[in-house]
Ligand binder design. Sequence first.
Ligand SMILES: NC(=O)C1=CN([C@@H]2O[C@H](COP(=O)(O)OP(=O)(O)OC[C@H]3O[C@@H](n4cnc5c(N)ncnc54)[C@H](O)[C@@H]3O)[C@@H](O)[C@H]2O)[C@@H](O)CC1
Ligand SMILES: Nc1ncnc2c1ncn2[C@@H]1O[C@H](COP(=O)(O)OP(=O)(O)O)[C@@H](O)[C@H]1O
Ligand SMILES: [K+]
Length: 484
Amino acid sequence: MRTAYDVGKVRDAERVQMARLPEGTLMGRAAAGLAATCARLLGRVYGSRVVLLVGSGDNGGDALYAGERLARRGARVEAVLAGSRTHEGGLAALRAAGGRVSDASALARADLVIDGLVGIGGKGALREPYAGLARETRHVRATVVAVDVPSGVDAGTGQVEGEAVRADVTVTFGAHKTGLLVDPGAAHAGVVELVDIGLDLPDPDVVALQDEDVADLLPRPAPESDKYRRGVVGIAAGSHLFTGAAVLAVGGAVRGGAGMVRYLGPEEPIGLVRARWPEAVTTIDDPAKVGRVQAWVVGPGLGTGEESHRIAAALLKSDVPALIDADGITLASRDRALLRRTAPTLITPHAGELSRLLGVPRERIEARRLEHARRAAEELGVTVLLKGSTTLIAEVDRPVRVNPTGTPWLATGGTGDVLSGLAGALLAGGLSCYDAASAAAYLHGLAARRAATGAPAGLPYGESPISAEDVIARLPEAFRSLIP
Ligand SMILES: NC(=O)C1=CN([C@@H]2O[C@H](COP(=O)(O)OP(=O)(O)OC[C@H]3O[C@@H](n4cnc5c(N)ncnc54)[C@H](O)[C@@H]3O)[C@@H](O)[C@H]2O)[C@@H](O)CC1
Ligand SMILES: Nc1ncnc2c1ncn2[C@@H]1O[C@H](COP(=O)(O)OP(=O)(O)O)[C@@H](O)[C@H]1O
Ligand SMILES: [K+]
């Protein structure tokens, strides 16, 4: 499991260590780790050209001391001093090692640029001249290494207001910062490397599950299992207008390991579901006629009219866990009573749907995904899976889980319906909303990557667009890659 921390906790842990250790120890460790990564990226340090972008705080100090180490190994190191002041000890050390001060024209000559403008002390949009320097790093041919966080990215939230450095590699100290795992910050960070500087940290604020964590969560049939014990999932999705949502959600559930899938909907989607997924049991329109299920999925393509509301309300009264998605979320944003349930509830909105639920503009949610996923979990009293470029899973009093799998190729119609069916199957299999959502997002992302790259069947020579059906088709492989 990868863990990440809000800035306040990192600062507290640093304070404890700084009081214990001789002055400069932590910065020394940080700079040593940073220089080691830079040396590895350069391959040959001797004769290489390194440019340091140096801000006025300790982030600039780290860059200067790393520059000193590279200069001692024969690199030509030039520092661009952007702040009103400069870390004195760091600058003296760089000069003593043969490094010199230069201006922004040095960027064009660089093999490697070290971004030490601001770190966790950054506040708001980058001001000039920092912003201009950050912009210039976009056009350099050099490898860009960010110190602790890419300057311009809010380390606590991943928010980017205005200009920000886009790094190839971010070398972060002590702990991953939450803003490095959440977009848009994550997209600016490139590959993140952690340098251990010996901090003692409490429980994390954000975690990213890895293969082995998800493998541990997944339900597996035991020798004495039967279809009921494995979990029956009910799916209320699709309408005369949106027949595809029914087929895709049922597909996600069938391939997601449900013991049985019960589909409830109108005649037209029923015909299509039967043709594509003969293993599903179908019921026309009447919620009272559906047999017992262990979890409900309510909403993809359901429609938002009175009849849809009646069906959603009847199903959500049940005492089993329920996943509410798409039109189900739109219905709930008009009638919050749908969310007041006796059993656990998982909602799976994209930013637009969450915007309707919270009454917050979509762009604001996209810019501050972490904050809004947490807020929705708290205000609505449900588990929230917020979809989009980084998928987040939030529940009150638990660290937010960031899904590390997936691909932008997933941004295509219908993939959300597959996710709903898959998560519903895992809920029916006995996972909590928090675990079902996390495992489903992980598998969905793995399947999508495999679909886009063609791996592992052929050589991974590129990527292609994918369809929602491709994601369903690759789910068995995604499971197999986790459950050997
Ligand atoms: N505290 C510690 O124990 C350690 C800190 N380290 C480094 O120290 C960094 C934090 O240092 P600081 O607290 O000095 O803070 P920073 O160096 O991150 O930033 C503070 C400086 O940037 C300026 N600034 C803030 N926002 C700005 C904006 N939007 N535009 C332009 N200028 C802006 C401030 O005026 C201030 O001078 C960490 O990110 C890390 O790199 C490491 O050396 C490891 C140990
Ligand atoms: N830029 C992106 N990068 C990675 N995944 C994305 C991106 N945009 C969307 N996704 C994923 O694609 C899926 C789309 O779901 P959704 O928006 O509900 O679409 P639909 O309603 O058409 O099924 C979600 O799993 C979401 O997290
Ligand atoms: K930085």
